[in-house]
Design a protein around this ligand. Structure first.
Ligand SMILES: Cc1ncc(COP(=O)(O)O)c(C=O)c1O
Length: 336
């Protein structure tokens, strides 16, 4: 509560929405991740941080290298501001305007890498680059399906992120990229959401915890072998592969220990861990308290019964609105 009063006093004159970051906590959190990564560079995931100054702060620390961006326009913006010289857009883009801008800008083309998962996608990128294409090829990263397939493929655990699953499929796509002078294969990405993003100790559910751990252990073993085989197969086609990207906050030490570590760097994604967004059951992997403390503030525009409500709270609030009629407006200070 004391801390809350300090935050309130420090931001009394600041217009919301706002966020406060406890920089000591953020640095401790980051250092903890670096020690878990045991020497592998950590790529910061911008979509979880959403603040350029924090990205810059984190990238200045030893152990961090590169950004994982959410969209291509965001990556272009980060490149323009020289936040990093290694920005991976981790979600396949079909934004033709942004692709044309990428192709036309030599600095962005040397800095930004986009993920690809099929020949059709390569066609789209080449077409979008069109006449804008300069001397620099567009850097692409092959996205691998890191989900766990059990019972001869009848059961799938993990996100459906890419159709490329087997080493030979990855090598075929690498060859396809190699045939296109406007593109260059820079890396491989394989994000194991079923391990990195699923808590393995849900409170009060020991049986479920055991089942999750068993599946994750199998998935980890399967993926370690397959990821290494994919890297070998792709390297035969493209020996100068620069990076392999994998893992997340929940799996840093496990992914980092894998053999598939590439020759130059492996970049492991990291999510700034906001206390309220922690996944139950990532307990053993949690940051030491205090974790990066990022309390967010919004203007309070109406009061609910016995509680305060933010300006844009969700469905429940809309239902209450419908029942009670128009809410009374109050100021941010009144609402506290
Ligand atoms: C490709 C990729 N890598 C890494 C991450 C970060 O994972 P985490 O939030 O578990 O750190 C994400 C998050 O969604 C992701 O999409």
């Amino acid at each position: 509560m004391e801390l809350r009063r300090c935050y309130d006093a420090a931001t009394a004159e600041v217009e919301p929405p706002l966020a406060i970051v406890d920089m000591d906590a953020l640095r401790a959190n980051a250092a903890n991740l670096v020690s878990r990564a045991a020497g592998k560079p950590i790529r910061v995931a911008s979509k979880s941080v959403r603040c350029r100054a924090i990205l810059e702060e984190v990238l200045a620390m030893d152990g961090f290298s590169g950004i994982m961006a959410f969209t291509l326009p965001e990556a272009l913006w980060l490149a323009r501001h020289q936040v990093s010289d290694d920005i991976l857009v981790a979600y396949p883009t079909a934004d033709r305007t942004a692709l044309a801008a990428l192709a036309a800008d030599p600095h962005a083309a040397a800095t930004v890498t986009v993920v690809v998962d099929s020949a059709d996608h390569l066609d789209l990128i080449e077409k979008a680059a069109g006449d804008q294409r300069g001397d620099h090829p567009i850097r692409v990263c092959l996205e691998l399906d890191a989900a766990y397939h059990a019972l001869s493929g009848r059961v799938r655990v993990g996100a459906r992120r890419s159709p490329v699953h087997a080493p030979e499929q990855a090598a075929a796509l690498a060859r396809e990229i190699g045939k296109r002078p406007g593109l260059v294969l820079a890396g491989i990405m394989a994000y194991e959401s079923q391990i990195a993003g699923v808590g393995d100790d849900p409170p009060g559910r020991p049986l479920r915890a055991r089942a999750i751990r068993a599946i994750q252990a199998r998935s980890r073993a399967e993926l370690a072998g397959r990821r290494a085989a994919v890297v070998r197969a792709v390297r035969e086609v493209r020996p100068d592969l620069e990076f392999v990207n994998g893992g997340g906050t929940g799996s840093v030490e496990k992914t980092a220990a894998e053999e598939a570590a590439p020759r130059r760097t492996a970049s492991w994604a990291w999510r700034g861990d906001l206390p309220r967004r922690r996944l139950p059951g990532l307990g053993q992997r949690r940051q030491d308290p205090p974790a990066a403390a990022v309390p967010a503030g919004r203007a309070v525009v109406r009061r609910g019964r016995g509680s305060r409500r933010g300006a844009d709270s969700a469905a429940g609030e809309r239902r209450r609105f419908a029942r009670r009629g128009r809410p009374r407006l109050v100021s941010a200070r009144q609402g506290r």
